[in-house]
Design a protein. Structure first.
Length: 312
């Protein structure tokens, strides 16, 4: 079983999925109720359940996987916006989900909180060694979306901020913000305060995974420091500065499909073609098409697959 740990979205032990979904603000129905291996009727063996976490980029990636698999002749059951890792990790291990877009470093930190950072290859190698039985990590993509500690350009200029350690230059009260689980992370505010001798005025929970509410709080100066993901179009659009991380607090977070034993070689080849094609710049563009241009995950996914000749 996935054990309690820390990472981009930390897991804890077994959860009651219906209750957790309600608490996470997702659909009032259980999105896994009809999914899983062997529970969905006569065609269950031929159906691949594709899941996603409850944030837009992950849904886009899951939709890319789903459309490509369907295009290759597979039957797909979409179980999107399940929640954060508190909800979905045990479901992946249980066989209720067959394909899930994950992030190599953050998943490793969940499975092995004592892991040390390294380049993508090193982190991926260790991730494969700690995955529970029955799960496989396919080859990671060059496309990555990592964690960052982010400030406004004005705040960075005022205090000559370049990397996380330089936050010690700040002389005014400073409040970080992000998802409510952030303080428990190995790169969270408590961790960097201890490492760099920082002092924070508190913590503001904002439950949109570095999205527009977090960015607005940052640009309005309601918070001065935010956990914004590096593939967010807001970093460029809102003139934000992702502070450098020379000490490797954040692990490389290349996108990696995590699959169950139901995913055969043909389906794996479909997913591998996506991973080998996608770039970080494309990921940023997809996020922008969704958040700025207000295109749905379905449209964004189809556009990317079409542009890259991955649909028949």
């Amino acid at each position: 079983m996935f054990t309690a740990g820390r990472g981009r979205r930390v897991a804890f032990g077994a959860v009651v999925v219906g209750a957790a979904i309600a608490l996470s603000g997702c659909s009032s129905s259980d999105p896994l109720a009809n999914g899983g291996s062997g529970d969905s009727g006569e065609d269950s063996g031929a159906t691949l359940v594709v899941g996603s976490a409850a944030f837009p980029e992950n849904e886009i990636l899951a939709e890319v996987y789903s459309q490509a698999l369907e295009n290759a002749g597979f039957t797909v059951d979409r179980q999107f916006n399940i929640g954060q890792r508190e909800v979905y990790l045990d479901e992946i291990e249980s066989g209720a989900i067959d394909v899930f877009p994950e992030y190599v470093g953050s998943l490793l930190q969940v499975l092995n909180p004592d892991a040390t950072s390294g380049d993508t290859d090193a982190v991926y190698t260790e991730l494969k060694s700690v995955l529970p039985d029955g799960l496989t990590a396919l080859e990671p993509s060059a496309a990555a979306d990592g964690n960052s500690w982010t400030v406004t350009q004005a705040f960075a200029d005022k205090y000559d901020l370049t990397d996380i350690a330089s936050l010690k230059n700040v002389t005014e009260p400073m409040t970080p913000g992000g998802n409510s689980e952030l303080p428990t992370r190995p790169y969270g505010p408590d961790a960097i305060a201890a490492k760099y001798g920082l002092s924070f005025a508190g913590f503001t929970p904002i439950e949109d995974s570095g999205g527009p509410l977090t960015v607005k709080a940052l640009t309005d100066n309601s918070i001065q420091l935010a956990n914004v993901y590096t593939a967010s179009p807001s970093i460029k659009a809102d003139k934000l500065i992702a502070l450098e991380d020379p000490d490797g607090i954040f692990f490389p977070d290349n996108i990696v499909p995590i699959i169950s034993s139901k995913v055969d070689a043909d389906a794996q080849a479909v997913l591998d073609s996506i991973s080998s094609t996608m770039t970080t710049d494309q990921l940023i563009d997809m996020n922008s098409a969704n958040s700025v241009d207000q295109k749905s995950a379905e449209v964004v996914a189809k556009d990317w697959l079409t542009e890259n000749d991955l649909l028949k």
